[in-house]
Design a protein around this ligand. Structure first.
Ligand SMILES: Nc1ncnc2c1ncn2[C@@H]1O[C@H](COP(=O)(O)OP(=O)(O)OP(=O)(O)O)[C@@H](O)[C@H]1O
Ligand SMILES: [Mg+2]
Length: 311
Protein backbone atom coordinates (compact mmCIF):
# COMPACT_ATOMS: atom_id res chain seq x y z
CA UNK A 1 0.00 0.00 0.00
CA UNK A 2 1.24 3.47 -0.86
CA UNK A 3 1.25 5.36 2.44
CA UNK A 4 2.22 8.97 3.11
CA UNK A 5 3.02 10.01 6.68
CA UNK A 6 2.90 13.75 7.36
CA UNK A 7 3.77 15.43 10.65
CA UNK A 8 6.52 17.04 12.67
CA UNK A 9 10.16 16.09 12.17
CA UNK A 10 12.28 17.08 15.15
CA UNK A 11 15.34 16.53 17.25
CA UNK A 12 14.95 16.13 20.99
CA UNK A 13 17.79 17.47 23.15
CA UNK A 14 17.31 15.96 26.59
CA UNK A 15 19.45 17.13 29.50
CA UNK A 16 19.57 16.23 33.17
CA UNK A 17 20.39 18.62 35.96
CA UNK A 18 21.83 16.96 39.08
CA UNK A 19 19.98 19.22 41.52
CA UNK A 20 16.64 20.87 42.02
CA UNK A 21 15.39 23.75 39.83
CA UNK A 22 13.12 25.03 42.58
CA UNK A 23 16.09 25.75 44.89
CA UNK A 24 17.28 28.30 42.33
CA UNK A 25 13.96 29.98 41.68
CA UNK A 26 13.99 32.48 44.52
CA UNK A 27 10.52 33.96 45.14
CA UNK A 28 12.03 37.37 46.05
CA UNK A 29 14.01 37.62 42.80
CA UNK A 30 11.49 36.65 40.15
CA UNK A 31 11.36 40.13 38.62
CA UNK A 32 14.65 39.38 36.88
CA UNK A 33 15.53 35.79 36.07
CA UNK A 34 18.92 34.87 34.66
CA UNK A 35 19.66 31.28 35.38
CA UNK A 36 22.02 28.79 33.87
CA UNK A 37 21.90 25.18 34.94
CA UNK A 38 25.04 23.11 34.52
CA UNK A 39 23.70 19.85 33.19
CA UNK A 40 25.77 16.70 33.25
CA UNK A 41 24.13 14.59 30.57
CA UNK A 42 22.75 15.44 27.17
CA UNK A 43 21.11 13.12 24.71
CA UNK A 44 20.25 14.14 21.17
CA UNK A 45 17.48 11.94 19.86
CA UNK A 46 15.66 11.59 16.60
CA UNK A 47 12.12 12.76 17.23
CA UNK A 48 8.98 14.11 15.64
CA UNK A 49 5.67 12.33 15.18
CA UNK A 50 5.99 11.57 11.47
CA UNK A 51 9.34 9.73 11.58
CA UNK A 52 8.15 7.73 14.60
CA UNK A 53 4.98 6.58 12.85
CA UNK A 54 6.86 5.85 9.63
CA UNK A 55 9.52 3.92 11.57
CA UNK A 56 6.98 1.47 12.98
CA UNK A 57 5.43 1.02 9.53
CA UNK A 58 8.87 0.28 8.08
CA UNK A 59 9.67 -2.22 10.84
CA UNK A 60 6.44 -3.96 9.91
CA UNK A 61 7.45 -4.26 6.27
CA UNK A 62 5.78 -1.24 4.66
CA UNK A 63 7.69 1.42 2.76
CA UNK A 64 6.00 4.64 3.84
CA UNK A 65 6.80 8.00 2.34
CA UNK A 66 7.62 10.66 4.90
CA UNK A 67 6.35 14.13 4.04
CA UNK A 68 7.54 17.06 6.13
CA UNK A 69 10.01 19.91 6.41
CA UNK A 70 13.39 19.76 8.16
CA UNK A 71 16.41 22.00 8.39
CA UNK A 72 20.06 22.22 7.41
CA UNK A 73 20.93 19.78 10.23
CA UNK A 74 18.79 16.97 8.79
CA UNK A 75 21.38 15.07 6.71
CA UNK A 76 22.25 12.52 9.43
CA UNK A 77 18.61 11.95 10.23
CA UNK A 78 17.76 11.45 6.55
CA UNK A 79 20.51 8.86 6.16
CA UNK A 80 19.22 7.01 9.19
CA UNK A 81 15.61 7.07 7.93
CA UNK A 82 16.69 5.89 4.47
CA UNK A 83 18.56 3.04 6.16
CA UNK A 84 15.45 2.13 8.13
CA UNK A 85 13.46 1.66 4.93
CA UNK A 86 11.57 4.95 4.89
CA UNK A 87 11.26 6.89 1.64
CA UNK A 88 12.38 10.46 2.42
CA UNK A 89 12.05 11.96 -1.06
CA UNK A 90 9.09 14.11 0.06
CA UNK A 91 11.05 15.68 2.92
CA UNK A 92 12.02 19.23 2.08
CA UNK A 93 15.10 20.68 3.74
CA UNK A 94 14.89 24.41 4.42
CA UNK A 95 18.48 25.63 3.97
CA UNK A 96 18.55 28.57 6.37
CA UNK A 97 16.72 27.00 9.30
CA UNK A 98 17.26 24.25 11.84
CA UNK A 99 15.02 21.23 12.18
CA UNK A 100 12.31 21.70 14.82
CA UNK A 101 14.00 21.11 18.19
CA UNK A 102 12.75 20.22 21.63
CA UNK A 103 15.13 21.24 24.43
CA UNK A 104 14.24 19.78 27.78
CA UNK A 105 16.13 19.78 31.07
CA UNK A 106 14.93 17.55 33.88
CA UNK A 107 16.09 17.87 37.48
CA UNK A 108 16.49 15.17 40.11
CA UNK A 109 12.90 15.53 41.29
CA UNK A 110 11.44 15.24 37.79
CA UNK A 111 10.72 18.96 37.30
CA UNK A 112 11.19 20.00 33.69
CA UNK A 113 12.03 23.23 31.90
CA UNK A 114 11.58 22.94 28.16
CA UNK A 115 11.43 24.96 24.97
CA UNK A 116 10.22 23.88 21.56
CA UNK A 117 11.69 25.67 18.57
CA UNK A 118 9.47 25.33 15.50
CA UNK A 119 12.28 25.90 13.00
CA UNK A 120 11.72 24.36 9.60
CA UNK A 121 8.39 22.87 10.71
CA UNK A 122 6.86 26.31 10.15
CA UNK A 123 7.44 25.75 6.42
CA UNK A 124 5.37 22.55 6.29
CA UNK A 125 2.52 24.41 4.58
CA UNK A 126 4.75 24.77 1.51
CA UNK A 127 4.38 21.05 0.85
CA UNK A 128 1.40 19.70 -1.03
CA UNK A 129 -0.33 16.43 -1.85
CA UNK A 130 -0.73 17.67 -5.41
CA UNK A 131 1.96 15.98 -7.45
CA UNK A 132 2.86 13.20 -5.01
CA UNK A 133 1.45 10.55 -7.30
CA UNK A 134 -0.51 7.59 -6.07
CA UNK A 135 -1.39 7.57 -2.39
CA UNK A 136 -3.76 5.00 -0.90
CA UNK A 137 -3.64 6.23 2.69
CA UNK A 138 -2.28 9.28 4.48
CA UNK A 139 -1.96 10.32 8.10
CA UNK A 140 -2.04 13.94 9.19
CA UNK A 141 -0.07 13.93 12.44
CA UNK A 142 0.80 17.02 14.58
CA UNK A 143 2.54 19.67 12.52
CA UNK A 144 2.32 23.34 11.73
CA UNK A 145 -1.45 23.98 12.16
CA UNK A 146 -1.78 25.71 8.78
CA UNK A 147 -0.14 22.74 7.08
CA UNK A 148 -2.47 20.31 8.81
CA UNK A 149 -5.48 22.21 7.49
CA UNK A 150 -4.04 22.37 3.99
CA UNK A 151 -3.25 18.64 3.90
CA UNK A 152 -6.79 17.77 5.01
CA UNK A 153 -8.33 19.88 2.28
CA UNK A 154 -6.00 18.48 -0.35
CA UNK A 155 -6.66 14.89 0.68
CA UNK A 156 -10.39 15.52 0.43
CA UNK A 157 -10.01 17.16 -3.01
CA UNK A 158 -7.85 14.30 -4.25
CA UNK A 159 -10.04 11.65 -2.53
CA UNK A 160 -7.08 10.32 -0.56
CA UNK A 161 -8.36 8.61 2.61
CA UNK A 162 -6.66 10.22 5.59
CA UNK A 163 -6.29 9.55 9.28
CA UNK A 164 -6.65 12.76 11.24
CA UNK A 165 -4.32 12.72 14.25
CA UNK A 166 -4.15 16.19 15.83
CA UNK A 167 -2.64 14.93 19.15
CA UNK A 168 -0.97 17.70 21.15
CA UNK A 169 -2.01 20.33 18.60
CA UNK A 170 -5.58 20.14 19.99
CA UNK A 171 -4.31 22.60 22.60
CA UNK A 172 -3.58 25.39 20.16
CA UNK A 173 -5.98 24.76 17.29
CA UNK A 174 -9.41 26.39 17.35
CA UNK A 175 -12.68 24.49 17.18
CA UNK A 176 -13.12 25.46 13.54
CA UNK A 177 -9.60 24.38 12.64
CA UNK A 178 -10.07 21.03 14.33
CA UNK A 179 -13.45 20.53 12.73
CA UNK A 180 -11.93 21.19 9.34
CA UNK A 181 -9.66 18.17 9.75
CA UNK A 182 -12.17 15.94 11.51
CA UNK A 183 -14.97 16.32 8.96
CA UNK A 184 -13.97 14.25 5.98
CA UNK A 185 -11.33 12.15 7.70
CA UNK A 186 -11.49 8.44 7.01
CA UNK A 187 -10.46 7.81 10.62
CA UNK A 188 -9.97 10.16 13.59
CA UNK A 189 -7.44 9.12 16.25
CA UNK A 190 -6.53 10.76 19.57
CA UNK A 191 -6.05 9.89 23.22
CA UNK A 192 -8.83 10.16 25.81
CA UNK A 193 -7.72 13.59 27.04
CA UNK A 194 -7.51 14.97 23.50
CA UNK A 195 -10.91 13.49 22.71
CA UNK A 196 -12.46 15.60 25.47
CA UNK A 197 -10.76 18.74 24.16
CA UNK A 198 -11.91 18.07 20.60
CA UNK A 199 -15.44 17.43 21.85
CA UNK A 200 -15.46 20.69 23.80
CA UNK A 201 -13.94 22.80 21.04
CA UNK A 202 -15.86 21.39 18.07
CA UNK A 203 -19.08 20.33 19.79
CA UNK A 204 -18.72 17.00 17.97
CA UNK A 205 -18.71 13.73 19.89
CA UNK A 206 -17.82 10.35 18.40
CA UNK A 207 -21.38 9.85 17.11
CA UNK A 208 -21.19 13.16 15.23
CA UNK A 209 -17.73 12.34 13.85
CA UNK A 210 -18.99 8.94 12.69
CA UNK A 211 -21.48 10.64 10.42
CA UNK A 212 -18.45 11.53 8.28
CA UNK A 213 -15.76 9.05 9.30
CA UNK A 214 -15.60 5.29 9.34
CA UNK A 215 -13.92 4.99 12.73
CA UNK A 216 -12.95 7.05 15.77
CA UNK A 217 -10.05 5.58 17.72
CA UNK A 218 -9.46 6.76 21.29
CA UNK A 219 -6.34 5.48 23.04
CA UNK A 220 -6.32 5.23 26.82
CA UNK A 221 -2.75 4.47 27.87
CA UNK A 222 -2.45 1.25 29.85
CA UNK A 223 -6.20 0.76 29.52
CA UNK A 224 -5.82 0.13 25.79
CA UNK A 225 -7.97 1.70 23.10
CA UNK A 226 -11.60 1.98 22.00
CA UNK A 227 -12.38 1.80 18.32
CA UNK A 228 -15.78 3.32 17.72
CA UNK A 229 -17.55 2.31 14.53
CA UNK A 230 -21.04 3.19 13.35
CA UNK A 231 -22.57 -0.05 14.59
CA UNK A 232 -20.35 -1.05 17.52
CA UNK A 233 -17.35 -0.23 19.68
CA UNK A 234 -14.34 -2.52 19.86
CA UNK A 235 -12.26 -2.46 23.05
CA UNK A 236 -8.65 -3.37 22.48
CA UNK A 237 -6.49 -4.25 25.49
CA UNK A 238 -2.99 -2.86 25.90
CA UNK A 239 -0.01 -5.21 25.96
CA UNK A 240 1.95 -4.87 29.20
CA UNK A 241 5.62 -4.08 28.51
CA UNK A 242 8.32 -6.38 29.96
CA UNK A 243 10.07 -3.29 31.30
CA UNK A 244 8.99 0.34 31.25
CA UNK A 245 11.85 2.43 29.86
CA UNK A 246 10.29 5.58 28.40
CA UNK A 247 6.80 6.54 27.16
CA UNK A 248 8.10 8.78 24.35
CA UNK A 249 6.54 7.84 21.04
CA UNK A 250 4.11 5.26 22.41
CA UNK A 251 1.14 6.90 20.72
CA UNK A 252 3.02 7.14 17.42
CA UNK A 253 4.02 3.47 17.56
CA UNK A 254 0.36 2.56 18.16
CA UNK A 255 -0.59 4.52 15.04
CA UNK A 256 2.10 2.77 12.98
CA UNK A 257 0.87 -0.66 14.07
CA UNK A 258 -2.74 0.31 13.45
CA UNK A 259 -1.92 1.51 9.93
CA UNK A 260 -0.05 -1.71 9.18
CA UNK A 261 -3.35 -3.46 9.82
CA UNK A 262 -5.15 -1.15 7.40
CA UNK A 263 -2.44 -1.76 4.79
CA UNK A 264 -2.86 -5.51 5.22
CA UNK A 265 -6.63 -5.24 4.80
CA UNK A 266 -7.27 -6.43 8.36
CA UNK A 267 -10.43 -5.66 10.33
CA UNK A 268 -10.40 -2.93 12.96
CA UNK A 269 -9.99 -5.30 15.89
CA UNK A 270 -6.76 -6.68 14.42
CA UNK A 271 -5.59 -3.13 13.54
CA UNK A 272 -6.02 -2.12 17.18
CA UNK A 273 -4.19 -5.19 18.46
CA UNK A 274 -1.29 -4.55 16.08
CA UNK A 275 -1.20 -1.03 17.51
CA UNK A 276 -1.05 -2.34 21.08
CA UNK A 277 1.86 -4.67 20.29
CA UNK A 278 3.78 -1.95 18.41
CA UNK A 279 3.20 0.45 21.33
CA UNK A 280 4.58 -1.90 23.95
CA UNK A 281 7.90 -2.19 22.10
CA UNK A 282 8.17 1.61 22.16
CA UNK A 283 7.62 1.65 25.93
CA UNK A 284 10.47 -0.79 26.43
CA UNK A 285 13.09 1.50 24.89
CA UNK A 286 14.29 5.07 25.24
CA UNK A 287 12.98 7.48 22.60
CA UNK A 288 10.48 6.86 19.84
CA UNK A 289 12.68 4.97 17.40
CA UNK A 290 15.42 3.10 19.23
CA UNK A 291 13.50 -0.17 19.42
CA UNK A 292 13.66 -2.76 16.69
CA UNK A 293 12.16 -6.14 15.88
CA UNK A 294 11.71 -8.49 12.99
CA UNK A 295 8.31 -9.34 11.59
CA UNK A 296 8.62 -12.87 13.01
CA UNK A 297 9.35 -11.53 16.50
CA UNK A 298 6.48 -9.09 16.28
CA UNK A 299 4.11 -11.74 15.01
CA UNK A 300 5.08 -14.15 17.80
CA UNK A 301 4.41 -11.47 20.38
CA UNK A 302 1.07 -10.67 18.79
CA UNK A 303 0.06 -14.33 18.79
CA UNK A 304 1.11 -14.78 22.42
CA UNK A 305 -1.54 -12.21 23.38
CA UNK A 306 -4.18 -12.31 20.72
CA UNK A 307 -3.98 -15.69 18.96
CA UNK A 308 -3.26 -16.47 15.32
CA UNK A 309 -2.61 -13.63 12.91
CA UNK A 310 -3.84 -14.28 9.40
CA UNK A 311 -0.97 -12.59 7.52
N1 LIG B 1 1.48 1.83 30.32
C1 LIG B 1 1.14 1.22 29.18
N2 LIG B 1 1.15 -0.12 29.11
C2 LIG B 1 0.82 -0.76 27.97
N3 LIG B 1 0.46 -0.14 26.83
C3 LIG B 1 0.43 1.20 26.85
C4 LIG B 1 0.76 1.96 28.01
N4 LIG B 1 0.66 3.27 27.71
C5 LIG B 1 0.27 3.32 26.42
N5 LIG B 1 0.11 2.09 25.90
C6 LIG B 1 -0.33 1.73 24.53
O1 LIG B 1 -0.15 2.82 23.66
C7 LIG B 1 -1.42 3.30 23.17
C8 LIG B 1 -1.37 4.80 23.12
O2 LIG B 1 -1.11 5.29 24.43
P1 LIG B 1 -1.68 6.65 24.98
O3 LIG B 1 -3.17 6.59 25.01
O4 LIG B 1 -0.97 6.89 26.29
O5 LIG B 1 -1.23 7.67 23.85
P2 LIG B 1 -0.69 9.16 23.97
O6 LIG B 1 -1.17 9.76 25.25
O7 LIG B 1 -1.09 9.82 22.72
O8 LIG B 1 0.86 8.94 24.02
P3 LIG B 1 2.03 9.96 23.64
O9 LIG B 1 2.64 10.31 24.95
O10 LIG B 1 2.94 9.16 22.79
O11 LIG B 1 1.41 11.11 22.94
C9 LIG B 1 -2.44 2.72 24.12
O12 LIG B 1 -3.69 2.55 23.46
C10 LIG B 1 -1.79 1.39 24.49
O13 LIG B 1 -2.00 0.42 23.50
MG1 LIG C 1 -0.19 11.37 21.74
Amino acid sequence: MNIIVTGSIAYDYLMSFPGSFTEHLLPDHLQRVSLSFLVDTMDKRRGGCAPNIAYTLALLGERPRLMGTAGQDFDDYRRWLDGAGIDTTLVKQVPDKFTASFFCSTDLTGNQIASFYTGAMANAGELSFHGVGRCDLAIIAPNDPGAMIRYGRECRDLTIPYIYDPSQQVARMSGDELKDGVVGAHIVICNDYEYEIIREKTGMDAAAMLRHSEAVVVTKGEKGASIMLRDRTIDVPAVTPHTMADPTGVGDAFRGGFMKGLAAGAGYEVCGRLGSVAATYALEHMGGSSHSYTWDQFRARYEEHFGALAF
